[in-house]
Ligand binder design. Structure first.
Ligand code: ISJ
Length: 191
């Protein structure tokens, strides 16, 4: 089963506190559980080689599980931003952020023009932001997430997602931790 089955939590999503029998690598766990900025962790690991590659940003209807998680409708398009967070030419994390049209106001009004600036700079900047439960799941090779973000690099990869609220306005951020990062951490690299 993939991420985008129309069920409340999707086949594989579980709150991060719920242990899985076939859980993620221990070295990845602190990254999956990171309550703060992932950009900051990646910058610490990659140094000056860190960069954001914008893959897509467009109006798109949310996937069913995204709409459920956001409390939004699949009938209304949301602003979708897909990026790769890289060390040099190597993608370490792929991210998909789904922002309902009604959230693109106030502090998030600049989000459509973010370009290669990391979203985290906006979310963990000067505005009050809250973050909901962080769901964690393995990336199923046949899922929309694997097709959109992991581009065949889905195995092995793990993902997390959570809803941020900036000035009360929600956006859903899903991050796929790609094999290059999993390998770097498994071989002892630390930020
Ligand atoms: C939410 C954050 O922003 C990161 C950067 C993103 C972007 O630039 O689109 C998306 C998800 C995150 O990996 C973060 O730094 O924690």
């Amino acid at each position: 089963m993939g991420f985008d089955r129309p069920t409340a939590m999707g086949a594989g999503w579980r709150p991060g506190s719920v242990p899985r029998v076939d859980g993620p690598p221990e070295s990845l766990r602190p990254w999956l559980d990171e309550p703060g900025s992932l950009t900051r962790r990646l910058r610490a690991l990659a140094g000056d080689a860190f960069g954001v590659e914008l893959q897509h940003q467009h109006w798109q209807r949310p996937w069913p599980t995204e709409a459920v998680r956001l409390g939004a409708s699949t009938r209304h398009a949301a602003w979708v931003r897909e990026v790769q967070l890289c060390r040099g030419q190597t993608p370490l994390v792929a991210a998909r952020s789904v922002i309902p049209a009604s959230s693109l106001r106030g502090p998030l009004r600049r989000l459509r023009r973010l370009g290669r600036q990391p979203l985290g700079q906006l979310l963990f900047g000067r505005y009050p932001v809250t973050r909901g439960v962080i769901d964690i799941a393995p990336v199923q090779p046949d899922s929309s997430l694997a097709r959109r973000l992991a581009r065949g690099r889905a195995t092995p990869a793990w993902a997390r997602r959570s809803v941020f609220r900036v000035a009360g306005r929600p956006l859903l951020v899903t991050e796929v931790f790609l094999p290059a990062l999993i390998h770097a951490l498994a071989t002892g690299e630390r930020p």
